[in-house]
Design a protein around this ligand. Sequence first.
Ligand code: PBG
Length: 329
Amino acid sequence: MTGAFPVRRMRRLRRTPALRRLVAETALRPDDLVAPLFVREGVDEPVPIGSLPGHVQHTVPSLLAEAKQLVALGVPAVVLFGVPAAKDAEGSGAWDPDGIVQRAVSELKAAAGDELVVICDLCLDEYTDHGHCGVLGADGGVDNDATVERYGRVALAQARAGADVVAPSGMMDGQVAAIRAALDGEGFTETAVLAYAAKYASALYGPFREAVDVTIAGGGDRRGYQQDPANRREALAEVALDVAEGADMVMVKPALAYLDVLAEVARTCEVPVAAYHVSGEYAMVKAAAERGWIDGEAVLLEHLLAVKRAGATAVLTYGAAEVARLLAG
Ligand code: PBG
């Protein structure tokens, strides 16, 4: 007793590291991590990405070397983004059998086999000259149905190259159903779909757009297809639709500013849920750490643990290799 009230001694179980380990409800493991990697066409040397410290636009050989290190660190998966040498109005490089991602995937699968899950981001924005995630209609807006038809082609090109998982990130209506149908129609019944189901029109994607050399034409944005940050219930509808259309996994993106959404999706959804700790989230940690204002490693671990605690099964993070190293002690 310290006063009038009987004090419940919560601190007893916090006394030693072993006690704290014993009662920890959540753990972050290398197994939970997915490393985003960029591969660029037509360069002989990896090109550093200024706004994503520690990351580069890879050549195919440097990508293979990085993937090998990730496997050694126990990271089970990578998600690939391509930076093509040329872009066009339709983004046709995305489904070119000889496109940069397709070439990278086939080499990656030949080298790493089933030790590494290769996920391909499936979108057109890296490949279109206007920077939108789809093809434009006569009114200048993104034409949903024409875009979804292209996504089917991209899914097939990625599956033929050996992708284990395709991950549509364009937020078009019906994209998962169209991709599933295209894959099944050609016998790729084992290729899984990770749907960026609740993807918000976020200001946190800035560094990523530098990483993939994307500028949206005319100072435009993606608010016509990505979700409004004001909405939570809408995310549940998006997730339910994607699961009904055949998504094997769903994603909430970004992570930290949407932990409420993530927690609710994780609680209500029957498929595994991934969360994307996006480029801006990573860059903010790195920038503050560089100034000596925060302990970057500790904050990164805390962020990712929070994402796990909110219910994520897997976390896509630019800190994957760093965190796997830290966890290995
Ligand atoms: C679209 C795509 C984006 C990201 C992943 N896939 C950019 C966008 O929607 O504008 C962002 C990832 C990040 O910021 O780390 N292909």
